[in-house]
Design a protein around this ligand. Structure first.
Ligand SMILES: C[S@@+](CC[C@H](N)C(=O)[O-])C[C@H]1O[C@@H](n2cnc3c(N)ncnc32)[C@H](O)[C@@H]1O
Length: 398
């Protein structure tokens, strides 16, 4: 048995023990479509400086195989859109092969049936497309990849594995009209708004599964069922984290560059009733992100000396810095915590109001929210309540 086969067998066993194989085909797919045949010889692992360093199969074969088959970890296969700044050193991940556990989680949500026409956004290595093909059948899967080199590589790997999948190089946010309609659409890159093309190109009753990312929050898998009136509705599950599509990348939120000395001088000093500690709760953060999706936040960990919360809108025009009380009682003192705010928006107030609404709604969890996507925007409700919790008035994505 080769070192790769050894790791493959161990991964299948581990995933089985975790109960990840809901259907026998999933186990067969994982075992029968070896991941290492899709992964390039150079992969990228995190380095101490927050970037990546190359891991070469020829140099560290055991470590490479271990990384390829880690059941719960994704593996970066491309950095900096294929143009690393220095040889062997990368700044940002631009493609990865998703963790097997995350892939299975999404496949369970997608619920592909034999014969379904499936659209995947983000071919990456082509491995997930091979799994989709295993279930849907030959010539039923179309996968779109924006990076030409990755698309060519995925096409080659799928052909070598004998999987008849159509690999298209293009912008997956536009779907792929030529092969529509689809019964299933799966995005393996995250979006803030569901592109309208995906709904238009999905047959009524079809399912769309897409990870969510907005400046305030990353995580949550949206599963929508398409209606026969051009709308789609569904709910969220899990905390899967995916890189955004290229069109939805945002610069990293960096308060140091956002807040100049001059702006600090001109900022308004105030107090806020915002309960900073409430943002430690992932469900609270998710709920707030539905109300203020375009606000970035950075919250210092609690080291017992008071905490700082930085908020900034995506437009870069408004920010707020909240410092929690340092008197030790954590109650924010008499009039609340100190805040410096700048710009037309009162971001501390917006986040405070969103948290109050979440409290009033009995602290719903991520999976308690229901989404309805129409050509006019997205409405979020808690369960089947009439009153919307939040409305994204923006049109659907491209
Ligand atoms: C997490 S990886 C996908 C993993 C892949 N499904 C696999 O099995 O290896 C995300 C991929 O989405 C691609 N991508 C990003 N934006 C895209 C877009 N607008 N259209 C198509 N692909 C996109 C990236 O280049 C990257 O390869």
């Amino acid at each position: 048995m080769s070192v790769e086969d050894d790791h493959l067998a161990q991964a299948v066993e581990a995933l089985d023990a975790l109960g990840e194989f809901e259907h026998p085909w999933m186990r067969g797919g994982l075992a029968g479509i070896p991941r290492h045949r899709f992964v390039p010889d150079t992969v990228w692992i995190p380095d101490a400086g927050g970037g990546y360093r190359a891991l070469e199969r020829a140099v560290e074969p055991e470590r490479w195989a271990e990384a390829v088959y880690a059941p719960q970890d994704p593996l970066v296969v491309q950095v900096d859109d294929g143009r690393p700044a220095l040889p062997g050193i990368g700044r940002a991940a631009s493609s990865s092969i998703s963790a097997p556990s995350a892939v299975l989680f999404m496949l369970r949500a997608l619920d592909v049936q034999p014969g379904d026409r499936v659209l995947e956004i983000g071919a990456g290595t082509g491995w997930n497309a091979a799994l989709l093909c295993e279930r849907a059948g030959p010539d039923r899967v179309c996968t779109v990849e924006i990076d030409p080199a990755l698309a060519a590589r995925a096409r080659q790997a799928l052909e070598a594995a004998g999987r008849r999948v159509d690999v298209v190089c293009g912008d997956g946010e536009l779907g792929h009209r030529e092969h529509a309609p689809f019964e299933r659409v799966i995005a393996t890159a995250a979006v803030g708004r569901i592109p309208h093309a995906w709904i238009e190109q999905c047959a009524p009753g079809g399912v769309i599964v897409a990870p969510r990312i907005v400046p305030f929050h990353q995580g949550g898998l949206l599963r929508l069922v398409v209606g026969d009136d051009g709308t789609a509705s569904g709910s969220f599950d899990g905390g899967v984290m995916f890189m955004p599509t290229r069109g939805q990348r945002r610069p990293r939120f960096d308060p140091a560059t956002l807040i100049s000395d001059d702006a600090w001088e001109r900022s308004v000093e105030d107090t806020t009733a915002l309960d900073v500690a409430a943002l430690d709760d992932v469900h609270a953060r998710f709920a707030v992100s539905l109300r203020v999706p375009d606000v970035h936040h950075l919250l210092e960990p609690d080291r017992g000396r008071g905490r700082t919360l930085w908020l900034g809108d995506a437009a870069g025009t408004s920010w707020a810095v909240v410092r929690t009380a340092t008197d030790g009682d954590g109650d924010g003192g008499d009039g609340g915590d100190d805040v410096n705010r700048f710009g037309p928006r009162d971001l501390a107030r917006e986040v405070h109001d969103a948290l109050v609404l979440w409290e009033k709604a009995q602290q719903p969890r991520l999976w308690d929210f229901h989404a309805t996507v129409t050509p006019q925007g997205t409405t979020y409700r808690v369960g089947d309540t009439d009153q919307p919790f939040a409305q994204d008035p923006g049109p659907p994505g491209r």
